[in-house]
Design a protein around this ligand. Sequence first.
Ligand code: SF4
Length: 720
Amino acid sequence: MVGVKEGAFEVARDHIDTWTRTGCPYCGVGCGLLVGTRDNAIVKVRGDLQHPSSFGDLCPKAVHLNKVIQTPDRLAFPLLRLRRDAAFVRASWDSALFYLTTRFRAILDRHGPEAVAFYGSGQLLTEEYYVANKLMKGFLGANNFDTNSRLCMASAVTGYNISLGSDGPPLAYTDLDCADFFFIIGANTAHCYPIIHRRMMRRKQQHPDTVRVIVVDPRRTETAEIANLYVPIKPGTDIALLNAMLHVVIAEKLVDEAFVQQHTEGWGAVKTLVQRYSPAYAEAICEVPGALITAIARDFAHALGAISVWSMGINQSTEGVHKNNALINLHLATGQIGKPGAGPFSLTGQPNAMGGREVGGLSHLLPGYRSVTNPTHRAEIARIWGVPVDAIAARPGYTAVELFEALDTGTLKAVWILATNPAVSMPELDLVERALRKAELVVVQDAYHPTDTSAFADVLLPAAQWSEKEGTMTNSERRITYLPKILEPPGEALPDWQIFTRFAQAMGFGASFPYTTAEEVYEEFKQCTKGRRNDITGVSYARLKQGPLQWPCPSPDSPGTERLYTDKTFATLTGKAQFIETPYEGAREHPDASYPVILTTGRVKNHWHTMTRTGKVEIFNRRTPEPFVEINTEDAAYLDIQDADFVEVLSKRGKLIARAQVTEKIVRGTCFVPFHWGRRSGVFNAANNLTLKAYDPVSQQPELKFAAVTIKKVMVDLLT
Ligand code: SF4
C-alpha cells in the first residue's frame, strides 16, 4: 500500500504530506518502515506496525535515514576521466555508455569474456541483481559476477546446500516466539540485528523459567546480557565445540533415532568422527570447560524447540562451511528442525543478500538456486534468456578474492563495481588497491562520491538509491517486501537495473533487455524460480503492495510458506538431509612469537558496513568517532597499555593505529577492531590493512575473523 495518508495529527505535527510503506535498506532483518515525506524529502521514518517481520519495531539506523539520502556527496551525473591522475569531467549518459561499450568491446575482442567482471552488493534490489547477472552470465560470456555476499553469507549458502540440499534459511521469525532454547554463536545480535535480538529478549522475558539463551563468542558483547550463560570461546575453534556437543548427545543417548533413521543420511561417518571429540578433548582446543559443553549439549537436545542463530562469526572463516555443517549436524541428530521453534537460522548482514542468492548473484550460481556447473540448470536458464545453452559458461567465475587477485595479475582487465566499497570491506587492502590501480578499466556505480573505491575509477555512474527507485528485497526469513519509489533521485541518477539495461542495449543485446519497468524484470525473474525451492511464481507487485510474502509462494492463491521442511523432506536428491563430517582444522594463520595475538574484526552498534551512510549521522559519529582496539585487561597490563593509549597493531600485511579499549569482555590473547573505517579516513584506520585473503576452500568466503597480530603502545608525540 503506497502513499498512505495517516491522519491530520501527523500531518500537522511533522508537516508530512505522505506516509509510504517500504522496507529498511540496512540489514537483513528487513524491517518494515513508514516513510514520511514532504517536497521530495524524507522528514521522518518510523516502524510499520503492519509489517509481519517487525510489527512497527525499528532501530536507530532506520530512524536516521532522512540524513543520509540527499547529501552533498551524492553522485548525480556520470563522470569520466581518461587518465587516473586527471580530474573527473561530467559526461552525458549517452557519451558515458558510448565510452563504456567501446572499452568493453575492445577488451572482450582482445582478451575474451574472462577479462571482464562485475562486483556487486547485497544492497542491490532483486531486479537490479537479476539484470546485471543475466548480462554477465548470458551475454558477456563469463560467470564473473560476484558480490560482497561472498564476504558475508557464502558459507551459509554452501552449508545449507550441502546439508539440506538447497540454500534458504528454514525458519521464520515467528519461530523465535516459540523456541525455548536459543544457541547464539558468532553473532552480536544486539548490535547487528537489533530487532531479532529484541524478539529473542521478549521471548526470554515472557518465559524466564523455561527459555534459555546461550551466547558463544570470544567477546562478551551486549548480546550476552540476555543470556543465561555466556560462553567465552577461543576464536576459530567453534567446530571443536560443536563436534563435542554432538559427542555428548550421542554418549547420553539424546539422539532422535527415528528422525535420523527416516530423514537423514551419513550418520555413521559423523558418529565415528565425533567419537574423539570428548568434552575434555574439545576443552583443550576451544578453552570452553568440558562440563559446560556437556550442559549446553543436554539443553540443546532436551529443548522442545532449539534455534541456533549465527552470522559472520561462523561464516567468515576458512572453515566456514564446515562450521555451518557442524551446527546443522546438531539439529539433525536431535530432530531440532522442521517444527515450530526449532532449526538452524543464519542471519544475513545485508538487506537483500537473500534476493541476490535467489537470482544467482554469486559467480557459481544461476537464478532459482541453480549452479553454473550443472548442465541441466544452464539449459533451463538459457531457454528463459533465449540464448544458446553454450552461451552460459560451465566454469564458475571469479569469486571476490579471486577477482582482485586476477586484476592484480593482469588476467582480468576490467571491473564494474556497483553499490559496494571493496577498498574498505575486502581483506588485504594492499592487494585490493594494487589490483584496482593495475586494472585497465574501473567502473564504479554508486550513490556517493568520493568513496575509498571511487578514488580508483575511470568512470563513475550515478545510481539512484533506496527510496528513489522501485523493486523488491528478501530478508533473512525469506520474506519479500516491495519497496516503492518515494523520492526523485538527484540529477541524472538512475536505478541500477536501468543502467545495466541501457548498457546491454548499447552493447547490442536490446532484444533480450527490453525492460521499461522494474516490474517487467521481476516478472521475467519469476519464471526462473518455477518449480524451484524458492518458487515465487505466485508473487506479483500487485500482491506485494498488499503486504510482504515469504517464499516459496508457487501460485497466486498461495499464502507463502512460513517454515521449510515441515514434512521432513529435504531438498536433496533422496529427500534426506545429509550429515557432514566436520573435522576441526583451525584457522589458516597461527599466532607465533612475532605475531602472538589473534585479531578478530566486526561491527559496532549503529555503524553499518563502510559507513557511506551511517558515517553521515552525527549522533552515530559522536558515539563511535574512530576505530579502536579492544584488548583484554591482563594482556594490556602485560603490554603496559592503559585504556585510551594509542596502540599499533601489526600483521604480516600491514598496520593499524588506534586507541586501546582495555576490557575484561574479550578473551585473553585476542583483540578486536571494527572494520567500518577505510584508508580515506586515515591510512592506518583500516582494520583490513591487517586481515588476510585466505578463504574457505568450498565457499571461498574470506577469513575476516582471524589474523595473527602483534600490539604495542605508540607514544602520541610520535604520531604528531
Ligand atoms: Fe533496519 Fe536492520 Fe535496524 Fe531493522 S534491525 S531497522 S532492518 S537496520
